[in-house]
Write a protein that binds this ligand. Structure first.
Ligand code: AMP
Length: 396
């Protein structure tokens, strides 16, 4: 079966068409600037160059129409007609407490996703728009919602409660949810497969270090803690997000800089993280280059970033009373050997190490610790689209 995987943002839409039998990506692409002038469609059939087309996309429905047109195009298409799409898998960011698993989308599911809009005001409305656009154009094709939060729903209360008056939880569901769940689930399972171990008897810490970054503790096949919270702002220092900080800083900066709380929150989301601290870039390639050139802010930013990751690993080893595997994934985790080495250098007390020759790899599945290490350290490239396609096939 061919599964169309859709990841819809407020003004963008990423897609992949995956053959679920061979798990081959037939084509992938991106619609940018939906609803804004200067729209751009990038379509890439497997094994061919990217085709970029400037085209205005006044709505998400138009964008999905263009995606279908590209997929069925005589020259650069990969299927003959729409009927060759057997199902659509949608990434949905927030499932709140309603969804601990992926679900086949019906009216009740749409309503429940809408009920979570408050918890992810930037993402969930966009995800719903993407689903509706696909339903309009493919009314008879089954659709599945795969939630970023679902994998973390197994966290115990002690991991998801904040030290806040409990009426905020009761009234507004203010608690920790966690994100990147599809990636944490995929990577932790893949770790067990690669090592030939039983998933339900492993203690794994997954470090998803991308532009957004989060860590999870997966014990006996269940997530028991993760670093993102009510929103993706909590936890690690990220590309542009601050991660953990003293909450009193919000009011302090608001007063000093004459900003409203939403404006400060915007700074914490978009102008902080390694971008804000270094003053250089949110991209680790730029940071590494600046650090090599002796830029002290870039050097200190990298040190601060890796130190935070190491502290979280330590706390999750404590939460699970041990750790068998530490897995690095996502852009930085997969492609940055010096970063992995620096993080693991804090973890000798756990019995973790990194062999430089093994660690000298990018984007490939590999054990990078020594044979004697008590904790296996690995690189496992994530594949959220494939995980969504697998979930979709499982449910339809
Ligand atoms: P992601 O959000 O998973 O796509 O990760 C994006 C981030 O990965 C970028 O902002 C870069 O900082 C980082 N990244 C990607 N490729 C490399 C690389 N070759 N070396 C270092 N960092 C990289």
């Amino acid at each position: 079966m061919n599964v169309l995987v859709i990841n819809c943002g407020s003004s963008s839409l990423k897609y992949q068409l995956i053959n679920s039998d061979s798990e081959e990506v037939l084509a992938k692409g991106l619609c940018e600037r939906i609803g804004i002038d200067g729209g751009m469609l990038t379509h890439q059939p497997a094994g061919k160059d990217k085709i970029k087309t400037q085209v205005d996309m006044p709505s998400h429905t138009v964008a999905v129409e263009l995606v279908i047109k590209s997929l069925t195009d005589k020259e650069n298409g990969v299927i003959a007609s729409l009927s060759e799409i057997g199902a659509v898998g949608h990434r949905v960011v927030h499932g709140g407490e309603s969804f601990a698993e992926s679900v086949v989308i019906d009216d009740a599911v749409m309503k429940a996703i809408e009920d979570c809009n408050d918890l992810a005001p930037l993402h969930n409305p966009a995800n719903l728009i993407g689903i509706r656009a696909c339903q309009e154009l493919m009314p008879n094709v089954p659709m599945v919602a795969v939630f970023d939060t679902a994998f973390h729903q197994t966290m115990p209360k002690k991991a998801y409660f904040y030290g806040l008056p409990h009426e905020y939880y009761e009234k507004y569901k203010v608690r920790r949810y966690g994100f990147h769940g599809t990636s944490h689930s995929y990577v932790s399972k893949r770790v067990a497969e690669i090592l030939g171990k039983d998933y339900t008897s492993l203690k794994t810490i997954v470090c998803h270090l991308g532009n957004g970054a989060s860590i999870s503790a997966v014990m006996n096949g269940k997530c028991v803690d993760t670093s993102m919270g009510l929103t993706p702002l909590e936890g690690l220092i990220m590309g542009t997000r601050s991660g953990d900080l003293d909450p009193a800083i919000l009011g302090f900066i608001a007063g000093k800089e004459n900003l409203t709380l939403p404006e400060v929150t915007d700074v914490l989301n978009k102008k902080s993280g390694v971008l804000g601290l270094s003053g250089v870039s949110s991209d680790f390639r730029d940071l590494e280059a600046a650090a090599k050139d002796g830029n002290q802010w870039a050097i200190d930013t990298l040190d601060t970033y890796y130190y935070r990751v190491a502290k979280y690993i330590g706390s999750y080893a404590a939460a699970m009373n041990g750790v068998d595997v530490i897995a690095f994934t996502a852009g930085v985790g997969e492609n940055n050997p010096p970063g992995r080495e620096q993080i693991v250098s804090y973890l000798g007390y756990l019995g973790a190490d990194v062999v430089p020759e093994k660690n000298n790899c990018r984007g490939e599945e590999r054990v990078i610790s020594s044979d004697q290490a008590k904790v296996t350290v690995m690189v496992v490239p994530t594949n959220e689209e494939l995980a969504i396609a697998r979930e979709t096939v499982r449910l339809v």
